[in-house]
Design a protein around this ligand. Structure first.
Ligand SMILES: [Mn+2]
Length: 364
């Protein structure tokens, strides 16, 4: 389902009307614990807006940018915030902004503290044009001036490429160089696990072709994002498969959990576990996977990630049992309780879900 502003995205991103030279300042905000789609989309927009004449484009997120994304052009400029960060430069950049872009998330609560409240204040200012570009279900309506939400897009990066690449004049050709195209490709590849999940369509392959014609560096994206595991992560993966995963092949469900001591033993950070939840889905007959992990943040002790294949809506388990959300095949939540309780809930939720959807259907 698409809820697209009637203003073309290229007009919403027009910067010369924001003010005279020196005043065309933009802030891009991503979701907390940003992933490749969020960072790739934000960096692509940064490069595009600078080419169109923006004087300043600041990107800010709560949490760390994963190491395998730090090579993307412009990544060194991203403000990565923690509870301890000095917020003064952030307040200043937000205070100067005339254009605010919210990228790859659907409601303010996904920004995380300490940034959330600061961004909420900026959205209310009359001189600020606010824009949301996203593909998650149920976007917060009435929040921004221009909303570009399309849940059928496999990635926010792909949505941006479509909206700018199919407009007339073709904005990507005018302002999008090889760097922007590379960032959009990285965004699309990470959210689809290298085109293995999400809505993979003929139009997507056509768009990838045009991004490559613009100079997107496919080989570099694959090598530096998908073939750049730390050895410690590979060893952790072996441990997960061998010792921590319960596979119920009758049910078609696999569940694994990691404690803080596991992260310490393998020398990995909880953020380094991106993508591991997808691995058990490669086992024949497994339709749903849950990955639970203890976090250092005492306010949100257990993080739950859910993935599924075909018609199994794991976002229902995330929202009903844990107050989380997400897409049909990829959802998540945070649980305020013990890991053991969260595990019991997840098994119960997945059993009920499989009961309701006993047939495995491939949906396109
Ligand atoms: Mn995304």
């Amino acid at each position: 389902m698409a809820q697209l502003s009637s203003t073309p995205l290229s007009d919403a991103l027009e910067v010369t009307s924001l003010g005279s030279e020196g005043e065309r300042r933009v802030v891009i905000v991503g979701h907390k614990s940003p992933d490749g789609d969020c960072i790739g989309s934000a960096l692509a927009l940064r490069s595009y807006l600078l080419a169109r004449g923006a004087d300043e484009v600041s990107i800010m997120v709560v949490g760390h940018v994963p190491d395998n994304l730090l090579w993307l052009p412009g990544a060194e400029t991203i403000h990565q915030l923690t509870a301890q960060s000095d917020l003064e430069p952030i307040r200043q950049a937000l205070g100067r902004a005339r254009l605010l872009l919210l990228v790859d998330f659907n409601h303010l609560g996904r920004i995380g503290n300490p940034l959330e409240g600061l961004v909420a204040e900026v959205i209310g200012r009359p001189e600020v044009r606010s824009v949301m570009i996203d593909h998650h279900p149920e976007p917060e309506m009435g929040l921004v001036s221009e909303m570009y939400s399309d849940t059928s897009a496999c990635a926010t990066g792909y949505l941006i490429a479509e909206l700018l690449g199919s407009s007339a004049p073709r904005e990507l050709e005018l302002y999008g160089g090889a760097d922007m195209a590379t960032c959009l490709l990285a965004a699309t590849y990470t959210d689809t696990g290298l085109l293995r999940h999400g809505q993979i369509t003929p139009a997507l392959f056509r768009r990838i072709a045009t991004l490559m014609e613009l100079g997107a560096r496919h080989d570099e994206v694959v090598l530096r994002i998908f073939k750049s595991d730390k050895l410690s992560r590979q060893r952790l993966l072996g441990f997960i498969i061998d010792e921590r995963t319960t596979y119920d092949l009758d049910l078609g469900v696999a569940v694994f959990a990691l404690r803080q001591e596991d992260f310490d033993r393998f020398g990995v950070e909880p953020g380094d576990t991106e993508g591991l939840v997808n691995v058990p889905l490669d086992v024949a007959g497994i339709r749903a996977v849950a990955f639970l992990r203890e976090q250092r943040d005492p306010e949100e002790p257990v993080k739950v990630s859910l993935r599924s294949q075909g018609n199994l809506p794991v976002n229902e388990v995330a929202s009903k049992l844990f107050g989380g959300g997400g897409h049909l095949n990829a959802a998540g939540a945070e649980y305020q309780g013990s890991l053991a309780d969260a595990l019991a809930l997840v098994w119960q939720g997945l059993r009920e879900l499989v009961d309701r959807y006993p047939e495995c259907e491939i949906i396109d």
